[in-house]
Design a protein around this ligand. Structure first.
Ligand SMILES: [Zn+2]
Length: 591
């Protein structure tokens, strides 16, 4: 079990958290049964500062108090100035530099990822330390946002098999394992790449959480009659230097910290402080299959230690048939990772015809040999035309789609027969149950923004090799995906980096990879325009890092991905982060 803190220099409450936790174990050993038991059975390691140079620097002068990165002298001038330092929570090799949103190639940026994966001595030390000790669990304390983060950081809204375990320990938004901290997948609000947790899990096989401890404002607001007022906070990171408030913050973190250490003894059986368990099976359920007599793949997340993992199914109440479950290797972009203790498995249901009902459940044996069974789910094989193209209608609202015929006719004119799925009446389609049965999906969204649940199903379809045509006044813009307002799908899966307005366009002509394509356009009065930032503009203080050269450098050094041309991207400024510094209004990175 590893407790670590202070990857970011200014997050002073975090080394104090691990220091007090170490004391708590030492002081209560031999007195408190639970603490004694943990210490007797589990090796506990404490890294109080993962960024000692940076931490020291924040103490040298009040001017340095808000320093985040390490002290790498980026320009080699022998002095530490504003453009120096590497963000140690962006420097790890796993997904290093995946894009310029989750980290920056700009030396002066607060999330500068460093010149190479694992370039920094602090990163090398932690990586070697994780390999040497072979941790099963870790907690990586940060501040300040009152969150309890786990899972994928590099792409928004990407659930993974180990989330089953993470969730059982982190709790739910209504009942969080750390009171006041919202438990969520790491990338729910903004993405991070090259960060410690992803590397810990996918390179060194250890499960790691990132609690974002309380802001100065929250702590200062706890007692209106004490000396600490939110308006006096210099930033979210300057937690009040007040024994009572620090003790309160520490105390509410103890149950979670202990529960993770207890779990380390039996890693895939969580000792949850909020009474949650991690089920052996979490089936990916759906109610309608478009298999039309072909095989229907089904998926389930299973505790890896369960043996003889099997799919069981009955067609229209007939005899039970079984098939062995095989671990899913993942798709073109994601999947097959973050599977330290749980994994996704798949098998195919055969010989079910249109109109028939299929009941599906999963079985296996636990480590101790006990038979274990999942909850069942049932789907109906829909009657639908033979077709290799699906028209996915999402016109918004709950009235049946009115324009599907225009699309099926256009496809028919080009020799393609299409089936139809209407989101308004059928809900978001299942990627496996519906979309996977087609080579191509034509997704139209009319005048509305593409919906988040449909977008995620389409992303799964593309991840496994599907082809997409998408159209709509607001296609290629941003969508609400869970709590995030994000255009990541448009950027990374459609290659649509920005949108612009054209008055009465009459035709289009492709260039580059689309050379030779083109068409005349109808009588649209103008192309609609979705502003990149619908509700807020970045205040001037956020623009200070903009420079054409740094933007060009950022693009040049990234992997082969959709180009980033927006000046807002180049600054690293993100409209979706929620934490702001008083007096500035700029979102502040805390993870
Ligand atoms: Zn941090």
């Amino acid at each position: 079990m590893l407790y670590m803190s202070n990857q970011h220099a200014r997050e002073w409450i975090t080394p104090e958290m691990t220091r007090r936790l170490m004391h708590y174990y030492l002081d209560n050993y031999g007195k408190d049964d639970r603490v004694t038991r943990i210490v007797d059975r589990t090796e506990l390691w404490f890294v109080l500062s993962a960024n000692p140079d940076g931490y020291d620097y924040t103490h040298q002068s009040p001017d340095n108090r808000q320093w985040r990165k390490n002290l790498r002298d980026n320009n080699g001038d022998g002095k530490i100035t504003a453009g120096d330092g590497v963000d140690l929570n962006r420097n790890f090799a796993y997904k290093w530099g995946y894009d310029n949103e989750g980290s920056s190639a700009d030396l002066a940026d607060e999330t500068y990822r460093g010149p190479a994966p694992g370039s920094e001595p602090e990163t090398k030390a932690l990586d070697a330390f994780e390999k040497r000790v072979g941790f099963t669990y870790g907690i990586n304390y940060h501040s300040a946002a009152e969150l309890l983060l786990y899972g994928v950081g590099w792409q928004v809204a990407t659930p993974t098999p180990d989330d089953v375990l993470y969730k059982s320990l982190a709790g739910t938004p209504e009942h969080s394992a750390i009171p006041g901290y919202h438990p969520q997948v790491s990338s729910e609000l903004y993405t991070t790449n090259g960060e410690a947790d992803g590397h810990a899990a996918n390179v060194n096989g250890m499960m790691m959480f990132t609690p974002e401890m309380s802001t100065c404002q929250t702590a200062s607001g706890v007692d209106p009659n004490d000396a600490w007022q939110p308006r006096d906070c210099a930033s979210v990171f300057t937690f009040p230097d007040d024994e009572k408030l620090i003790a309160q913050e520490f105390t509410k973190n103890i149950p979670f910290a202990l529960s993770v250490a207890e779990t380390a003894e039996h890693p895939d059986r969580p000792a949850s402080s909020v009474g949650l368990t991690a089920p052996d099976f979490t089936p990916d359920t759906f109610t309608t299959s478009y298999a039309r007599g072909g095989d229907q793949d089904v998926a389930v997340t299973v505790r890896k230690s369960v043996r003889d993992k099997k799919l069981n199914y009955r067609v229209d109440g007939g005899r039970t048939r079984t098939a062995s479950l095989k671990a899913w290797k993942g798709g073109e972009t994601y999947g097959g990772e973050d599977n330290v203790l749980f994994d996704q498995y798949r098998a195919a249901v055969k010989d079910a015809d249109p109109g028939q009902q299929v009941k599906v459940w999963f079985t296996g044996r636990t480590k101790s040999g006990k038979r274990t069974v999942s909850e069942p789910f049932t789907y109906t094989v829909a009657k639908r035309p033979r077709a290799d193209t699906l028209v996915l209608a999402e016109e918004g609202g709950s009235s049946p789609a009115r324009h599907t015929a225009a699309y099926t006719r256009a496809l028919a004119d080009n020799g393609r027969k299409a089936a139809v799925w209407d989101v308004a009446t059928q809900g978001a389609p299942s990627a496996l149950g519906v979309l996977s049965h087609f080579k191509t999906v034509l997704w139209y969204t009319g005048a509305e923004r593409p919906g988040g649940p449909t977008l995620l199903a389409v992303r799964d379809f593309l991840n496994e090799g599907g082809k997409l045509i998408t159209t709509g006044e607001r296609a290629g813009g941003s969508s609400e995906v869970g709590p995030a307002d994000t255009d990541d799908f448009s950027q990374y899966y459609l290659g649509a980096d920005s949108r612009l307005t054209l008055k009465s366009p009459t035709a289009f002509q492709g260039t580059g990879a689309l050379a030779g394509t083109g068409a005349n356009l109808g009588d649209a009065p103008a192309t609609p325009w979705t502003p990149r930032v619908p509700t807020r503009s970045p205040p001037m203080c956020c623009r200070r890092r903009t420079s054409p050269s740094s933007a060009a450098r950022a693009r040049g050094s990234t992997r082969a991905r959709a180009p980033r041309t927006s000046p807002m991207r180049a600054t690293g400024w993100r409209p979706r982060a929620t934490v702001t510094t008083p007096g500035c209004g700029c979102p502040v990175r805390s993870t």
